[in-house]
Ligand binder design. Sequence first.
Ligand code: FAD
Length: 463
Amino acid sequence: MTMNSHPVTGAQAPADRRHRVVIIGSGFGGLAAARALDKADVDVTLVARTGHHLFQPLLYQVATGILSVGEIAPSTRLVLRDQENATVALGEVDRIDVTARTVHATAGHVDFELEYDSLVVAAGANQSYFGNDHFERWAPGMKSIDDALELRSRIMGCFEQAEVTEDEAERRRLLTFVVVGAGPTGVEMAGQIAELAQRTLKNSFRRIDPGRARIILIDAAPSVLPPFGPKLGNAARRRLEELGVEIQLNAMVTDVDYSGIEVKDPDGSLRRIDSTCKIWSAGVQASPLGQMLADQTSAEVDRAGRVLVNPDLSLPGHPEIFVIGDMINLDNLPGVSPVAIQGGKYVAKQIVREVEGGRSPSERPPFKYFDKGSMATVSRYSAVAKIGPLELHGFLAWVLWLVVHLAFLIGFRNRVITLLSWGLHIGDHRSHLNSTARWVYARQAIAEAQERERRDADRAVSD
Ligand SMILES: Cc1cc2nc3c(=O)[nH]c(=O)nc-3n(C[C@H](O)[C@H](O)[C@H](O)COP(=O)(O)OP(=O)(O)OC[C@H]3O[C@@H](n4cnc5c(N)ncnc54)[C@H](O)[C@@H]3O)c2cc1C
């Protein structure tokens, strides 16, 4: 998939062919940019490492059996099927050459190169373990469908093993769930595991009472949901405590292993929590593509790997390269989907103005984010919402959350099915609690296979 390159300044279109826009990422930012270029006189190629657009805010519902994968992850190819100027390519981008204006990607054993006149980099962020990447094996995060399915299997696997073990200490460890990070994802996960244990799984085991599972939400910060402020943070905390979730604040996780975690309290003392199922939702690190761009330009990245972009979301000295969404550091904008969506629409508009209207990049207005507010669910019927000065919690906030999330889900069919699944959930039913041995043990098996491959390769070199 290689095309001829015509270096241009900014987004100026060459005369002999259409302007080529390459978008990296099919998340909120990338997809918004691609869709906003519908009808534009440009050729769009969207390349992403997954074939779907992922609605990350509802991943926790897949991890806890309320929704199925298809409801939150429509095929990007089908979403863009009717957009004639758009081509979708599955591929992991591993190289961007800002001088040659090319993007290199691999799909399995196939690799290919894309040439661009304008580049939109929307590769998002990954989980951050703050330099302790080895924690990931025992405390997976929740960033992808693989993560959610693996977590679902780990959670269900713990209940199943607790039912059959004869060892009381082992049973306690299996029935202790630790969620690290009291931000929106951690709060949602802790609340949902509590509801799963106490309501959905009630009376479904014979030897254990799932309702007696211990669910611990732990954070090094002094409050729950810090960005929502003390009023909403305390409301969420109270609701979680009503559900039986233990909240441990000012507690820093210092180690994670197969059978538990080590925690440092404010007085410096260390303690251990025995737990088989640990879930990490404590920080994010922007895609390494940001650093790759910084290495080739005068752009800088912050400690979280986010690119310090110009006010028009472009890179210094490279008006043809835009970075959007979770990858940017601009005006303290938060890592939330509206920032990515609005960024995607904004850059598409600039490209159209310059390609079709002959405008120059120097005429771009700065990107302005319109903050519509933020919300997080705590449990069934309970959420928190902050919309400007308005702070809501409880049922009303939950209804608002429901309407907003439904409205943003892509595709009419997905909305209807999701609504049905939520309807069933209100009656305590969860249709998607299945887990397979491959999901439960996949990460371990892959790590072991990679280790074997590495050893074989080392042996081949030394022979
Ligand atoms: C569990 C969870 C819950 C959340 N809840 C909320 C919420 O309630 N409200 C809210 O507003 N925000 C929420 N967020 C944040 C929100 O999802 C992000 O801010 C948003 O997804 C950012 O959009 P993006 O386009 O920058 O990146 P993403 O949506 O993450 O998309 C990144 C894309 O890049 C692709 N990609 C990455 N690296 C490569 C590569 N090397 N090559 C090719 N493709 C690549 C990925 O496959 C993906 O398609 C949540 C996030 C998570 C993880």
